[in-house]
Design a protein around this ligand. Sequence first.
Ligand code: NAD
Length: 257
Amino acid sequence: MTEENKVSVVTGGGSGIGYSICKALTTLKHTVIVLDMDIEAAKRTADEINLAGGTAKAIQLNVSKHQETMQVFAQIKDEFKHIDVLVNNAGIGSVGTLEETSEDELDRVYAVNVKGLYNCSFAAVPYMKAQGAGVIVNMASVASTVGIADRFAYSMSKGAVLTMTYSIAKDYINYGIRCNSVAPGRVHTPFVDAYLEKNYPDNKPEMFETLSKTQPIGRMGKPDEIGAMVKYLCSEEASFITGSNFPIDGGFVTLNN
Ligand code: NAD
């Protein structure tokens, strides 16, 4: 399979980091399938790519629904004949300590960030196995490897993203499937804006500044910076890379001391 003929599936491609990943993959000339539970957002991403001369299709999917996910991936396989790349990017945030995290909240975060990754990988891996090739990139976080205050459920889920990455990489290495994760620090997306709006409606600019400075580099990441790394990991240039996690965090994990 040449790079130009590949089909990439990106979850949560309607917004933020996922939107940037979709755009970056079109520069590899991949056909990009934009999956998002927000179909209007997915369509905006796909329309923009198509208008710019790329090829993209928007499909509505709630990644936490197992049967729905199986059907959507079967539909993609039918229509596009192969699934070469899966980027498990869709994810939701959650603020709170263990005691502040209700059972419902734990389940809500697990359903999207953990089970969603399982569902999409479960649906895609058999096709990749049959092809003898495939790439999966998972969206981890700095919270996968270091303790972040007030992020109990989110950290639980992102720790699982990291270890599911290692597990998939190990089990499918002999089937030509590479699996890696990227671990961003804070990236300025609607995810962050929604967090500020909800938790700090009266002092958003100050909190934005505070959040920016938690990265030793002094600012938040840009979605396109994450898109560029994911694009590289999905490309043939990264053919020797599997079972690895890539921090992209302005020094957050190693320089905050
Ligand atoms: P975002 O909120 O801007 O975009 C997330 C997209 O995922 C949205 O379009 C949303 O509709 C979609 N989505 C949510 N739940 C879904 C579901 N159940 N099924 C299908 N689609 C769903 O978020 P973002 O900041 O771009 O984050 C993307 C990923 O990056 C997440 O996994 C997040 O945990 C991770 N991440 C973000 C940051 C950050 O600072 N923004 C840092 C580290 C990791």
